[in-house]
Design a protein around this ligand. Structure first.
Ligand SMILES: NC(=O)c1ccc[n+]([C@@H]2O[C@H](COP(=O)([O-])OP(=O)(O)OC[C@H]3O[C@@H](n4cnc5c(N)ncnc54)[C@H](O)[C@@H]3O)[C@@H](O)[C@H]2O)c1
Ligand SMILES: O=c1ccn([C@@H]2O[C@H](COP(=O)(O)OP(=O)(O)O[C@H]3O[C@H](CO)[C@@H](O)[C@H](O)[C@H]3O)[C@@H](O)[C@H]2O)c(=O)[nH]1
Length: 426
């Protein structure tokens, strides 16, 4: 059966490549023709480990296609994945422009039955609304099924996560549409959680909210540890041994960023308030995260007295390792705050080489620290875990290392006469 993926970004491209690798025939489309033209030429518009190989292999097998003719492809494919972006506005409400555009395209195009699988993260109630809107716009309800199949992949691990999901969540109204999903994923080993359309949407937000809560929790614990001179990594290790807690998402640091957690937690808070629920925990999770950067800036200011005119180098621009994505990256906020204080900012990232606001980006991590008063590690790239600290000390003017991701052993850098700044590190 031919499958169309509408929206060829991080999720759409991975969905297309993985489903093709599972043996299905995939057609990826996007309203941004440039992305599709690049993909047709063999250029991969995003950095995601393993994705390029998967795309090349399945293009060769004749199972993965890219097309700029959205309407023709939709007409030909009985199964449609919707993977367009769903950003949130400042107040947390969702910007559904892309979803609305897709609905309009579907209304103009549907002439045969479609299973419409919504993979985009949308607020509770949106899938029901999509179903209703299609009917109101003149599509007979027998001509389509809407299925909610939220995605849980992490950027940087996207291919692995989609090939090895912890769970497959499906929300739908008709047993046939749920069966179609089970056929599509029959080669994957994962438990199914079958629920309502709104139940599936809610699972996606609850999942992200709980992970973000773990991060803000450990960041708050780190602040208390700091006040009592306790090493926070020992606490995280101990907590992680408790099976009921688990070892993941307990790494304290600059806090969570990226294209999902910040926007999804904001959106869930908005959705709660819209129904008169006061989401106190969600607010607290965001408050901790929002003040995390200032915590580090204050510590740095205590050492340097004044940041004005100082040269500070930031290692890491991507919001996490193994991606080129800088959406809501903590580096971005950190750099904005440094610039506000009159700092001269230099930066290095293994993949990202353009950045707004304009700062000096170097292509070599050591080149970037020449003459620097302080070095800040903002992203937990592996490359920053094995550093020649002697060389760092020789190249820098000052001797301050701010470890914003708790990836360095303070004792090791201290041996090289560097001053380590972290939160709750001994
Ligand atoms: N990025 C992730 O790690 C991740 C993981 C799970 C879920 N999600 C969710 O998946 C959705 C997509 O996220 P993403 O990061 O892949 O977004 P993205 O911005 O990388 O990609 C979205 C794509 O949709 C295209 N698009 C927009 N309007 C369109 C239209 N009318 N017709 C065709 N194409 C259109 C855009 O041009 C873009 O290429 C979001 O709802 C997000 O919350 C993202
Ligand atoms: O212990 C930790 C773990 C992560 N982070 C930070 O949290 C952010 C998000 O990291 P991660 O969750 O690994 O990346 P994402 O690609 O944003 O993935 C999240 O968001 C996706 C989009 O909804 C979901 O699909 C995934 O399941 C969910 O993990 C990054 O800034 C990390 O640096 C921490 O600060 N401490």
């Amino acid at each position: 059966m031919k499958i169309c993926v509408i929206g060829t970004g991080y999720v759409g491209l991975t969905t297309g490549a993985v489903l093709a690798d599972l043996g299905h025939e995939l057609y990826c489309v996007d309203k941004n023709k440039l992305i599709i033209e690049k993909l047709i030429e063999g250029e991969i518009p995003i950095y995601e480990p393993g994705l390029k190989e998967l795309i090349v292999r399945n293009k060769k097998r004749g199972l993965l296609h890219f097309s700029t003719d959205i309407q023709r492809v939709i007409k030909e494919c009985p199964i449609l994945y919707i993977t367009v972006g769903t950003p949130t506005k400042e107040d947390g409400s969702q910007n559904l422009t892309a979803i609305n555009e897709v609905i309009d395209t579907l209304v103009q195009t549907i002439t045969s039955h479609k299973t419409i699988i919504i993979k985009s993260t949308v607020l509770p109630g949106t899938n029901e609304w999509i179903h209703q809107t299609l009917i109101e716009k003149g599509i007979d309800s027998r001509m389509f099924d809407v299925v909610s199949n939220p995605e849980f992949l992490r950027e940087g691990n996207a291919v692995f996560d989609m090939m090895n999901p912890d769970k497959i969540v499906v929300g739908g109204k008709s047993p046939q549409s749920i069966k179609i999903i089970q056929t599509l994923y029959e080669k994957l080993q994962a438990p199914y959680i079958i629920t309502s359309l709104t139940g599936a949407e809610m699972i996606k937000y609850a999942n992200n909210a709980l992970l973000a809560t773990k991060i803000s929790f450990i960041n708050e614990i780190a602040r208390i540890c700091d006040a009592y001179n306790v090493e926070v990594t020992h606490i995280a290790k101990a907590l992680g041994t408790d099976n009921r807690i688990g070892p993941y998402f307990l790494n304290a640091g600059l806090g969570y960023g990226g294209s999902c957690f910040p926007k999804d937690i904001r959106a869930l808070e908005y959705a709660a308030k819209r129904r008169n629920v006061n989401p106190e925990m969600l607010r607290a999770v965001q408050n901790v995260n929002d003040s995390q950067i200032d915590l580090y800036i204050d510590k740095l200011t205590n050492q340097l007295t004044n940041l004005d005119g100082k040269k500070i180098t930031v290692w890491g621009l991507a919001f996490k390792p193994d991606t080129d994505d800088i959406r809501e990256s903590r580096s971005l906020l950190l750099i904005e705050k440094l610039l506000e204080r009159g700092t001269e900012v230099h930066a290095y990232d293994p993949i990202v080489n353009s950045f707004e606001p304009a700062i000096t980006i170097h292509h070599d991590m050591y080149e970037a620290i020449k003459g620097a008063d302080a070095l800040i590690i903002a992203t937990e790239w592996n490359q920053f875990k094995t550093v020649d600290w002697k060389k760092v000390n020789e190249l820098m003017k000052g001797n301050i290392l701010v470890d914003g991701r708790n990836i360095i052993d303070p004792k090791v850098v201290r041996k090289h006469q560097l001053q380590y700044i972290g939160v709750a590190r001994q």
